[in-house]
Design a protein around this ligand. Structure first.
Ligand SMILES: C[S@@+](CC[C@H](N)C(=O)[O-])C[C@H]1O[C@@H](n2cnc3c(N)ncnc32)[C@H](O)[C@@H]1O
Length: 214
């Protein structure tokens, strides 16, 4: 699966359309979630644990929602949720997987967001998105993220951490440096940062980071 993913992403980059492979991967999976390497088919437990007991509420936006479990999990917790992804097939698949959820599923590109979404959300979730976008586009995509927050809103991020010790694995994903994230979100107040590893992938350094628009 990993070789196939690398092949798709390299071909897309060579053709000058580096994000094309996401749609290719979702459409070729033919609704088999086993073909989507990041599909955990449950809300991210690190996010759900972090939110527990903090009293957050309101309108949440899930960026690059994949198969939709984070969005559905937030909706089940009482958030009003908008979730978007670049891939049409992925969003159709979310609608099929969660027919009774009141999540507003949308096809959209982080690099070209609807104006009505700006300054509109109490919680913005970015899990494994910036690290999946090649550097040149990532530098344009990241500054869009803080713009989505209302005053007082929180940005919740999870990703692979480049702390200088990561072994050389061909991207994607591209592990991110904390200093890079801090520079991209300098307009926000950082309220949490926790490095962590998952038991099943102990060689991969990860981070949880939370920011607030004051
Ligand atoms: C590595 S997956 C992570 C999916 C999900 N957040 C998760 O944690 O399982 C990256 C997702 O971001 C989407 N994506 C990539 N670039 C995007 C962009 N510019 N705008 C919106 N979604 C994007 C992809 O289609 C894919 O679903």
């Amino acid at each position: 699966m990993r070789e196939r993913l690398l092949g798709l992403s390299e071909a897309a980059a060579e053709d000058g359309d580096p994000l094309r492979w996401f749609e290719e991967l979702y459409s070729s999976a033919k609704r088999d979630a086993g073909e989507i390497p990041w599909a955990a088919l449950e809300p991210n437990p690190v996010m759900m644990n972090w939110l527990q007991g903090r009293g957050f509420s309101g309108h949440a936006l899930v960026i690059g929602c994949g198969l939709g479990d984070d969005a559905a999990g937030l909706a089940a917790q009482g958030f009003e949720v908008t979730a978007f992804d670049l891939s049409d097939t992925c969003i159709e698949w979310c609608r099929e997987r969660f027919p009774d959820s009141n999540v507003d599923w949308q096809v959209a590109d982080l690099l070209n967001l609807p104006e009505s979404w700006l300054a509109n959300f109490d919680l913005v979730v970015e899990i494994h998105i910036l690290q999946a976008i090649p550097e040149e586009l990532r530098e344009r995509a990241a500054p869009m993220v803080p713009k989505l927050l209302k005053n007082g809103g929180h940005l919740f991020c999870i990703g692979r951490l480049d702390d200088g010790s990561e072994s050389e694995i061909p991207p994607p994903p591209w592990p991110l440096k904390m200093s890079w994230l801090q520079a991209m979100f300098a307009s926000l107040e950082q309220v949490d940062f926790q490095p962590f590893i998952k038991e099943e992938t102990p060689d991969v350094n990860r981070y949880l980071a939370v920011w607030k628009k004051s």
